[in-house]
Design a protein around this ligand. Structure first.
Ligand code: NAG
Ligand code: NAG
Ligand code: NAG
Ligand code: NAG
Length: 425
């Protein structure tokens, strides 16, 4: 048997190669980085569910619940899309003394991971973005604000930053002990004042403030469909309640045209000239309607994983009857509504026109008039086109189509059908 020794050597070599590969594989995995379990160095994330492409915080399996009392905290998510009234709903939560509120933290994920695209439909981009988003949300609901730092540019030094997106929209981040520029009696700090007067945001203090509050609420406009959140909703460590906010797509379109003037430039040209530009980006409209349709169909089909955790709110209903709707929302959340929420509604929904254009993302406005003002701003052929593109979701949500320009401009004719969406309990 002349070649047997050769076979033995070959076998030995092969086995060394295999072992080498195995060792490499094991050691190149991101390792447990939690020498001392504590809120500071151990997030909620853990093992197999961790999807974030940013490494370094994986692991911590032994210590997943550091500061968490799942039976106590409610993790509220306002799921919406831009210009659907989500800032308004966010404020209804932000004003509550027991709620720690964050305004769209996923902004940082998007700008870091997919800087070139704001409405990416690319499947791979979308998967990456969603995985990272779920990870981040999971951490933030556990008050692990350090996790957000991986996405903030420039990277925070010594856990402080002045680049947190819309910090001023979060009451807890503009008041004691996180910011000492205002006294305890300055109940409603303006967003701009907060940014101007508060020192850099100390993320340690912010995380402490989050833990101090009974509940956490996060506004999210960068998750396309509720189905994308299933892993989060089913996570036993969380106690998620989703408030899905919808709005008439015709109203969203009109509002975006006013607000995002560059991105929606061609729509303005259409409106001004009466002619649809050939290179108009129709996905700016179709994406809204497809996502709504997907989300709402899922939500209203009452899948078991959403039981007790889903409420659909039409912005128009909220505008018409803010106090009543807000009570329903708090009912659904199982939380008592507090006086500051009520006061905020009183001062912000009767709206004087002087205040209305104050801020691009402002919430101070006459909400009822605002919800249908798109009818006076869009041309009839734009409306007709939108109705054709979005007819399924219009029907599903109870928004009436108009058949003529006269109907469109006749404000004594409501386009919002009475329709009750009972929370899925
Ligand atoms: C968690 O909350 C429940 C209900 O409020 C309470 O009874 C329990 O003591 C809390 N546990 C911890 C560890 O704080
Ligand atoms: C961070 O803190 C260290 C130690 O206190 C200090 O030396 C350093 O200058 C700080 N870095 C920045 C960017 O403030
Ligand atoms: C942030 O706050 C923590 C807790 O009070 C404090 O220990 C830390 O020094 C602060 N960081 C900076 C950079 O001031
Ligand atoms: C507006 O609609 C109402 C209700 O249908 C109708 O009575 C009224 O005549 C309409 N006004 C105009 C100017 O068409």
């Amino acid at each position: 048997m002349q070649c047997s020794w050769k076979a033995v050597i070959l076998l030995a070599l092969a086995s060394i190669a295999i072992q080498y590969t195995a060792i490499r594989t094991l050691t190149s995995k991101p390792f447990q980085l939690c020498p001392v379990p504590s809120p500071q160095n151990c997030g909620l994330l853990g093992g197999p569910e961790t999807e974030s492409p940013i490494e370094g915080r994986a692991g911590c399996d032994d210590y997943p619940y550091f500061s968490f009392n799942a039976s106590r905290k409610t993790h509220i998510m306002v799921l919406a899309t831009t210009r659907s009234g989500s800032s308004f709903v966010g404020q209804l939560l932000n004003q509550h003394a027991d709620i720690f509120y964050l305004f769209e933290p996923l902004y940082h994920v998007q700008t870091t991971l997919i800087p070139r695209l704001s409405h990416s439909r690319n499947a791979a981009d979308r998967r990456v973005m969603l995985g990272a988003s779920r990870d981040l949300l999971r951490s933030l609901y556990g008050c692990d604000l350090y996790f957000l730092e991986s996405y903030i540019k420039p990277a925070p030094a010594n856990h402080t930053t002045d680049k947190l997106f819309r910090r001023g929209a979060s009451r807890a981040l503009c008041s004691l002990p996180v910011c000492d520029a205002f006294g305890p009696t300055d109940a409603n700090v303006e967003e701009g004042d907060c940014v101007k007067k508060c020192a850099s945001l100390n993320m340690t203090l912010a995380a402490d403030a989050c833990r101090e509050k009974r509940h956490v609420a996060i506004k999210v406009v960068r998750v396309p469909e509720i189905g994308d959140l299933r892993a989060l909703v089913e996570d036993p460590r969380l106690n998620i309640k989703v408030i899905q906010l919808v709005r008439d797509p015709r109203g969203i379109l009109s509002s975006r045209i006013e607000t995002f003037r560059d991105t929606y430039r061609l729509w303005r040209i259409w409106r001004a000239t009466g002619r649809r530009p050939y290179n108009l980006d129709l996905s700016q409209l179709t994406v809204v309607c497809e996502d709504f349709l997907g989300s709402v169909s899922t939500g209203l089909s009452h899948p078991h994983w959403l039981k007790g955790k889903y409420m659909l709110v039409r912005y128009e209903d909220l505008s018409r009857n803010p106090l009543l709707k807000t009570m329903e929302i708090y009912d659904f959340l199982g939380l008592p509504m507090d006086k500051s929420v009520e006061e905020w509604i009183q001062t912000n929904t009767r709206g004087s026109t002087e205040l209305s254009a104050k801020h691009k993302y402002g919430t101070v406005r006459d909400s009822a008039a605002n919800a249908e003002s798109w009818r006076l701003k869009l041309s009839y052929d734009m409306v007709e086109y939108t109705q054709a593109t979005c007819h399924k979701v219009l029907h599903q949500l109870g928004y009436k189509a108009v058949k003529s320009a006269d109907e469109l401009k006749n404000m004594s004719l409501s386009l919002v059908q009475d329709k009750t969406f009972v929370p899925f309990s």
